[in-house]
Design a protein around this ligand. Structure first.
Ligand code: NAP
Length: 249
């Protein structure tokens, strides 16, 4: 089992949708999958999946709209009950095009950092009471996704050490800062036995990754689900990719 309850942001298309599909298809699927997306009414594929799987709860969430968080927290509380939320996957993200030094602009920087960096942090903060509740249901202090975890969907493009091509200022900066947040959260949440890891899904054929990407969503997410099941203390506050390889910050 990956976890009893999972919340995935940006679950209407791309990697988020594939995550929901593969989670629900597991031999032992999560009892609760909260599939959060900006516009549930237009999330046709997700809604169809939810019609056939009663453990999928399609829930409205624009991760950039902090004012809506209290409503989301109430809704998550009603769904997960006294067991709390085991796994938060901060997957929603944006990647503006044309971001070489001559093209980058102020709004691209602030908009990208707003969604890719600030939102995962503030959403984690908002859902922390429910993550703590889930973490406290197990004895001992071992870290696993089954107990309680925050997974930040990062990118190799956020690795400062692996940056050999420059450009992509908003996206690289947003994911490097997200990785810094993963590290701080890992230290702050260790006392509550909540695991925190950054994951890179590989370069994947989605709207964001484009059709030249070498990996399909199915390949990337099946790797990610294997990685999720293997995460422990060694992975806490670290950066890994979909095939289990460790990445440099
Ligand atoms: N594909 C790759 O090659 C690749 C590589 C490295 C990392 N990643 C990361 O993996 C994650 C998923 O990427 P993807 O390839 O699936 O991208 P995608 O196909 O472009 O999908 C992005 C998802 O994020 C959602 N989203 C964007 N802004 C949002 C907001 N304000 N509130 C709620 N949801 C929002 C989108 O919802 P809407 O439909 O409402 O816009 C969509 O569901 C991202 O964090 C991305 O940075 C992807």
């Amino acid at each position: 089992m990956v976890a009893r309850s999972v919340l995935v942001t940006g679950s209407n298309r791309g990697l988020g949708l594939e995550l929901v599909k593969q989670l629900v298809g597991l031999n032992v699927p999560p009892k609760i999958i909260i599939a959060a997306c900006r516009n549930p009414s237009s999330a046709q594929e997700l809604n169809k999946l939810a019609e056939n799987h009663k453990n999928i709860h399609v829930t409205r969430l624009d991760v950039g709209d902090e004012e809506s968080y209290s409503q989301l927290v109430t809704c998550v509380g009603e769904i997960v009950g006294s067991s709390g939320l085991n796994l938060l996957i901060n997957n929603a993200g944006v990647a503006p095009k044309s971001t070489r030094i001559n093209m980058v602009n102020w709004n691209q920087m602030t908009d990208t950092i707003h969604i890719n960096t600030i939102a995962p942090l503030m959403l984690t903060k908002a859902l922390l009471p429910q993550l703590k509740t889930a973490a406290s249901q197990m004895d001992g202090s071992a870290l696993t996704v089954e107990r309680a975890a925050v997974i930040n969907m990062s990118s190799i493009l956020g690795s400062i050490e692996r940056n050999e091509q420059g450009g992509l200022y908003p996206y690289r900066a947003s994911k490097a800062a997200l990785n810094a947040i993963t590290k701080s959260l890992s230290i702050d949440l260790r006392t509550f036995n909540i695991l925190v890891t950054s994951l890179h899904p590989g370069w994947v054929q989605t709207d964001m990754g484009g059709s030249s990407a070498p990996l399909t969503p199915v390949e990337s997410i099946s790797g990610i689900i294997n990685v999720l099941q293997s995460l422990n203390e060694d992975h806490h506050g670290e950066f890994y990719q979909y095939d289990g390889q460790k990445l440099p910050w």
